[in-house]
Design a protein around this ligand. Sequence first.
Ligand code: SF4
Length: 318
Amino acid sequence: MKPLVNEFTWSVSRNGLFQECRRAYYYQYYGSWNGWDAGAPERTRRIYLLKNLKTLDMWGGTIVHDTIAEALRRYAIKAAPITAGELQATARQKLRAGWLEAVNGEWRTSPKKTNLAELYYGNGATLPPEQTERIKAKIYDCLRAFAESALLKQIQAATYLAWQPVDKLDSFLLDETKVWCAVDFAYTDPAGALRIIDWKTGGENEDALQLQLACYAFFAADKWRAKLENLRVYGVFLRDNAREKEYPLTPEILIEARERMLQSAAGMRGFLRSPLANEPLPEEEFPLCTRERTCARCNFRELCPGAPKAPAAAPAQV
Ligand code: SF4
């Protein structure tokens, strides 16, 4: 098998971390590289392990997205009904399986297995019931809202042939830069418009979502040859009873989004010693964040010199 190459790419989440903390960005995209290899240096292995930590909210969001994607797939293949009860039962299984992975420490040997930040930086075995109940209730609420939504009825009313094959990581080129994105769902409505949907399990961040949806529009134009004037993009806020909000895609918005993406990529390349080889500057050249609140919830706080000196709890043993 050919060795993996750490090529330079861009994504909305990569941009988010780059804006938040340059040092965390370094750990996530460079320091962790090759950490999946059992023979990698101990520190690289550790950074890779931390990179794969998930907060309870991130974990919950993944469970909701996966459960919805699986249900839509089953519906497409055998018209399996989509009900809140069945979605919640599937999510319950995922919650149990993930929780066992986390508390049994399966991530020690397989870092991609569920590893919850709150447990890892806590006692490794338990969390206050109000935290676990909160996340369970959030997941169940989101799935109920999805199952009962008008949007689901519209999706089911469209024939499967009108659905786009989505929900997997894919990429397109923006100028010379490879851009990753994973569209949640897309289908052609009865009026012939291609609708792109982004399920949200958290609150609404208009700026970030506008950039995300513009990115999907570029992807649709590149991969599906969609005409931009024929695209409609939506955020669907599952916590808010599956409230749908359409975001505009005017030429001005798309030009601005493109500029932001290219400028962000240029900023990232500014931290490369060799842009051709995607070789970063030394770790110390990536500034530390100065916002304590950001450090307090950062995956890398265990090893970062910029993290608060007295963490709330000792890290779990690995
Ligand atoms: S602990 Fe703070 S400074 Fe260090 S990587 Fe995390 S956010 Fe950045």
